[in-house]
Ligand binder design. Sequence first.
Ligand code: SAH
Length: 356
Amino acid sequence: MTRKRNLFGLDRAGLERVMAELGEPAYRARQLYVWLYRRRARSLEAMTDLGKGLRSRLESQFEICWPAVASREHSRDGTIKYLFRLDGEATIESVFIPEERRRTICISTQAGCPLRCAFCLTGIAGYKRNLEPWEILGQVAAVMDETARLEKPWNVVVMGMGEPLLNYEATVRALRILMDPEGFAIAPKKLTLSTVGILPALEKLMAEPVRPNLAISLHAPEPGLRRRLMPIEGKYRLDDVIAAAQRYPIPRGGRVTYEYVLLKDVNDSPAHARQLARLLGGSRAKVNLIPLNPAAEIPFGAPAPEAVDAFAGVLAAAHVTVSVRRPRGQDILAACGQLHLRDATGGASGSRASAR
Ligand code: SAH
């Protein structure tokens, strides 16, 4: 028997093709779409208004498949890290982060990451492949499903494993369905995509009719240092990335976020802060400082708390909006830069945490 095709992850046009194959009218595709993404039905059986005949014809050829949760790890601070085991060797991680007034899901777009930023465990641990739309969307569906009882607004951040703009097509397909009011209905301002700034893809994203918030991984105030930390600087340069990001269409009063990971004695001095302020001053920018989340394999140290305060102080004095990201889930390696591929035995390089 041939393998059933997965309906989950198909967009409206894809579902219309499915219905056309079955000789069904296009409005059936819309019903299916709402069941898949708004109601997040996990079986065709649940879709009662499709009619029994159509359901059984669909069932003979199609299935609804979400990525399988292989394990969950619970942090002391309430953060939950999900491990999904995909086909073959690929694994991905997603993170659920409860906050006072909202809850956030951090999703991955690649199994591992090819960029090899020097301070990021994801890149250090290696790269397998791009994810498909169903694997990206499925992380959101699975995590939402498990925490459905909490009544707080959702945020989604594309800040997990991988570089989303190196997997542009699949990522944008997933984002469209996430932001669609008939889909997951995540408001665009509650969705943030973080990128090192893959310029051709960033230009394409700007041309999308509905776009997420943009966060740019900067991490250094000048090209030489950035290149030492982020090899991609050799291809897409700091100044060009900032120039493009400043053209990113955002609502009035909105800002582009610039992420800056603080590495002890590497990029965390007041002089670096002044340089950063000069670089971004006067633009629609806000800086999000991320004190390094350490791991055994990461060859850098976390900055002293005083260095973080001083750095933020310099930016604020220069009228650059600045915030400091509070680490979440550090004890289970769930914080920024700590997600990573697992080997086939399920072991995690560097993981100190135990499953629940
Ligand atoms: N590839 C995208 C998406 C990852 S987002 C990007 O680079 O933007 C994850 C954010 O956490 C990025 O800003 C990344 O640079 C940052 N990060 C990576 N390693 C980190 C670490 N060890 N501690 C703190 N932040 C880290």
